[in-house]
Design a protein around this ligand. Structure first.
Ligand code: GLN
Length: 319
């Protein structure tokens, strides 16, 4: 039997030369920020910091590394986002595992975290000795990134994350445990707020808010890889706000609700919330801008006494 031909030597690629090659491949496929995307993938797969990656630019890649990275680049050319290929996303400086059941956390959502931290300090809910303060409810928690980040930042805080997806709740729980705050978090399967017992100091939510008709026009990275249930906000994108708004005063009497909104939805959401609460129950209402300058978060503080009065009035009228 004839000896098999020896396989030709594969081109010896270094970290730097491979990354240049892949960046032009991704750019040709129409992927924006191709070099940055390649760097994130390489750093993630090789387990290196971006600075280390640069320092190792002359190092040859092993054939196993080359094979693993080529497969990742092919997935990126197929428009799968880097975070989904790696299986995690960095949010507020920490790593969160994500799966097909969870939204890929966006930097925009860090606006809610910043707003909650500012409010919790201003309200003096952050007390080193008080266990359970502030108490936090995260509605539609997905990967759990909002609640878990706040529990990491606020050592006395406790919280509940809800989601309609049991699979998402499993991901959220695992993230909280890995980041060391599992004991202060609980996870509840719920659709909306009707079955959620209050009260809490802070309610946060990044609900689905994309207009149903706009989903087909989103980037393939979003349209094909984020769960539809985390994006679709109904015909005008505001359906979930209409469902959440009437529950806000019961869930956070005397506390704050912080809602993420689409770039053009702040006024509409503020109007929905104000109408549902009634003028006398709104103690304060403001918006917070994201890094791009868009009004990304609508925040409302409720008046506990006015809400109690209103409930009393309603129950007397019903007699
Ligand atoms: N921010 C997401 C987007 O890319 C939408 C997430 C949501 O609907 N909450 O449009």
């Amino acid at each position: 039997m004839a000896e098999p031909e020896p396989a030709p030597d594969p081109v010896q690629r270094t970290v730097g030369s491979a990354s240049r090659l892949w960046a032009s491949e991704l750019a040709r496929a129409g992927i924006e920020h191709a070099s940055g995307e390649v760097r994130r993938l390489m750093a993630g797969v090789l387990g290196l910091s971006p600075a280390r990656l640069l320092a190792e630019s002359e190092r040859p890649l092993t054939s196993a590394e080359l094979a693993a990275l080529s497969a990742c680049m092919a997935r990126r050319v197929g428009r799968e986002p880097v975070s989904r290929i790696l299986g995690w996303r960095e949010f507020y400086g920490r790593h969160f595992a994500i799966t097909s059941a969870t939204l890929d956390p966006r930097p925009d959502t860090e606006t809610l975290v910043e707003a909650a931290l500012e409010i919790a300090r201003a309200e003096q809910w952050v007390t080193p000795e008080a266990v359970g303060s502030p108490s936090i409810l995260d509605v539609g928690t997905g990967s759990g990134c909002i609640l878990t980040t706040l529990l990491c930042e606020l050592k006395g805080a406790r919280g509940v994350g809800t989601d309609i997806s049991p699979e998402a709740l499993g991901v959220a729980r695992a993230n909280a445990e890995r980041l060391g705050v599992g004991a202060r978090a609980s996870w509840l399967r719920a659709d909306g707020l009707e079955s959620v017992p209050g009260p809490f100091h802070i309610l946060l939510s990044n609900p689905p808010y994309v207009r149903s008709g706009d989903i087909a026009h989103l980037e393939p990275e979003v349209r094909r890889f984020d769960p539809a249930a985390a994006l679709d906000g109904g015909e005008d994108g505001l359906e979930l706000y209409r469902r959440l708004a009437p529950q806000i005063a019961r869930i956070v009497p005397g506390g704050w609700a912080l809602l993420e909104v689409g770039y053009d939805q702040a006024d509409a959401v503020a109007a929905i919330v104000a109408a549902a609460l009634g003028r006398e129950v709104v103690a304060d209402m403001r918006t917070y801008r994201d890094v791009a300058g868009k009004r990304r978060c609508v925040a409302v503080k409720t008046r506990a006494e006015a809400y109690a009065q209103k409930c009393l009035g309603l129950s007397e009228a019903a007699r």
